[in-house]
Write a new protein. Structure first.
Length: 292
């Protein structure tokens, strides 16, 4: 593990593996040439900062990316938010001349040693994090479950490494570029033309009810006011909570109190449903009128 770590810390001082013979030397030489080739191409075709920022802005205008661009979870009574791994990957792809990824350095009994890294080939700025992944998953009921299937182990390493990879990418890309991407995603979320704000809030309430058993009363209790008063900002916060639950960063109990008694709510969902049914009924009655 130490040799591999030294190699990535200083790629120009690669040490030949011990006891590998001719094949190991050939492999080391090939990897070194690939690194030199990447650096050469980065120097020959440096990034155009204006074009890179424009590509990032265009990507953040996609509603699908904007909806998954932020994560959010509670910690110590406070809310922690930040750019998600999906947004970090888009930043790296469009910033250009970056080498990034997750490598498994060593696999031992019951655990793996892996490394997440991001390397700017132009400026030689590098971020890396070496971490240990236990071959087990924690379950609320039944305690930890030991993983035996190689695919399960691979997915566990990739899942744990994604958060480190995100930190590495954000540590290399300038902070003002990341802030610009977050702002653009927020604009996209607040300016979607998929329907009126009231309809989109209703769809969010239905989603939480059907997928997570979270009632409108529970959501209103968290925000402190009725759903009829929700703004675009509140809808963005609900989207962040949904992404956090989807990515496994938190559980429902971290956000909502399941023991809340059913108080009088705004009835936004029922009201909107009634309006749609009435509109459909009027439309059907209009179709039944004979045309003379």
């Amino acid at each position: 593990m130490s040799n591999l770590a030294e190699q990535f810390n200083n790629p120009t001082s690669y040490q030949q593996p011990q006891g590998g013979g001719v094949l190991a030397q050939a492999s080391a030489s090939r990897e070194m040439e690939e690194v030199k080739g990447q650096i050469f191409m980065a120097k020959q075709f440096p990034r155009n900062y204006f074009e890179a920022e424009k590509r990032i802005q265009d990507a953040c205008r996609r509603p699908a990316l904007a909806a998954s661009s932020m994560y959010s979870y509670p910690r110590g009574g406070q809310k922690v938010t930040g750019p998600s791994i999906r947004l970090a990957e888009v930043l790296a792809q469009n910033w250009g001349n970056l080498a990034y990824g997750i490598k498994e350095l060593e696999q031992r009994e019951g655990e793996s040693v892996a490394m997440a890294y991001c390397w700017d080939l132009e400026t030689n700025v590098r971020q890396e994090k070496v971490f240990t992944v236990k071959h087990s998953i924690y379950r609320r009921q039944g305690g930890p479950k030991h993983l035996e299937d190689p695919r399960d182990i691979y997915e566990k390493v990739a899942n744990d490494g994604s958060r480190r990879l995100r930190a590495c990418i954000l540590g290399v890309i300038p902070g003002d570029v990341t802030d610009m991407a977050i702002e653009e995603c927020t604009k996209t979320l607040s300016g979607q033309n998929e329907g009126p704000l009231k309809e989109r809030i209703t769809n969010a309430l239905v989603f939480f009810k059907e997928k997570h058993g979270v009632t409108q009363e529970m959501i209103e209790a968290r925000f402190g006011y009725n759903a009829a008063s929700f703004s675009e900002f509140d809808l963005v916060q609900l989207t962040n909570i949904r992404n956090s639950l989807k990515d496994g960063m938190s559980v429902v109990e971290d956000w909502f109190d399941r023991n809340i008694a059913k108080n009088q709510s705004s009835g936004l969902g029922d009201d909107f449903k009634t309006q749609k049914e009435s509109a459909n009924e009027v439309k059907e009655n209009a179709n039944d009128i004979p045309i003379e």
